[in-house]
Ligand binder design. Structure first.
Ligand code: NAD
Length: 261
């Protein structure tokens, strides 16, 4: 299967899951628009690496997805640098953990803006071009926390449940077109976002880094193995294939058994 000629915008793709998905889409032949934060040298290295995977074109925008005006610029920049977006992967996300009564209101606003509102803005801004081509793939990176809850993650769980709901609406509004929208719901993936939680657990419980990792996995993920960005990228590539054309509005767990317990 080739995605040659398709333009994929992957938000939050300078690190972690987004980078893994960008790599797999590039290997399948898509041009890639990268987005996210990071120092200039790291971003240059990522651009070079992705371009080397299949020779596809690579663009970059450092748009801050907590700002709707910058999201408009991101979509315009993608069009200018590579062409209109055929595949949108809404991946950028942040986490903050605290009990509800202690949850800082600015962290609530930031999590909702980046993990939920940015998905709405990116989606609304690409649909016109996708409808004109009668082809598109919108892949929302939700979470196991889009399906079940955990303590101390009120903003994240609310945002991810919202993403799962938005995925269904987007799928229904595009049901008679060649555009599909689905959500991927990962369990634990060892990325900087999760490493912070492992470090906090190690410090709180006086555990070694390895013991903290096993504790984190053991609490939620029956396989006791991390999901990898490559596995999530593989599913994203499949969702772009003709075989997936009638998968619409689904929230697909890739979570080592987390949500079947
Ligand atoms: P990460 O911290 O490794 O990467 C996050 C990416 O988003 C980075 O590229 C960062 O620069 C970018 N980003 C952050 N804030 C941004 C902003 N305001 N504007 C633009 N880009 C921004 O995290 P990750 O673990 O790879 O998470 C990626 C997605 O996967 C998130 O939506 C997260 O909720 C979801 N997820 C992660 C896990 C996990 O275990 N790691 C599990 C389920 C879901």
């Amino acid at each position: 299967m080739t995605l040659k000629g398709k333009v994929a915008l992957v938000t939050g793709s300078t690190s972690g899951i987004g980078l893994g998905i960008a790599r797999e889409l590039a290997k399948a032949g898509a041009s890639i628009m990268l987005n996210g934060f990071g120092d200039a040298a790291t971003i240059e290295a990522v651009k070079k690496e992705i371009a080397g995977l299949s020779g596809a074109k690579v663009g970059f925008s450092g748009a801050d997805l907590s700002r709707p005006a910058e999201i408009e610029t991101l979509i315009d920049e993608t069009r200018k640098q590579l062409g209109s977006t055929d595949i949108l992967v809404n991946n950028a996300g942040i986490q903050h953990t605290a009990l509800i009564e202690d949850f800082p209101t600015d962290r609530w606003d930031a999590v909702i803006a980046i993990n939920l509102s940015a998905v709405f803005h990116c989606t609304r801004l690409v649909l016109k071009d996708m409808k004109a081509k009668n082809w598109g793939r919108i892949i929302n990176i939700a979470s196991a926390h889009g399906l079940v809850a955990s303590v101390q993650k009120v903003a994240y769980v609310a945002a991810k449940h919202g993403v799962v709901g938005m995925t269904k609406v987007t799928a229904l509004e595009t049901a008679e077109t060649g555009i599909t929208c689905n959500a991927i719901c990962p369990g634990w993936v060892l990325t900087p976002l999760v490493q912070k939680q492992i470090d906090a657990l190690a410090e709180r419980e006086k555990l070694s880094p390895e013991a903290a990792k096993m504790r984190l996995l053991g609490e939620k993920q029956p396989s006791k193995e991390f999901v990898t960005p490559e596995q999530l990228g593989g599913l994203a590539v499949f969702l772009c294939s003709p075989a997936a054309a009638q998968i619409r509005g689904q929230a697909m767990p890739v979570d080592g058994g987390w949500t079947v317990q």
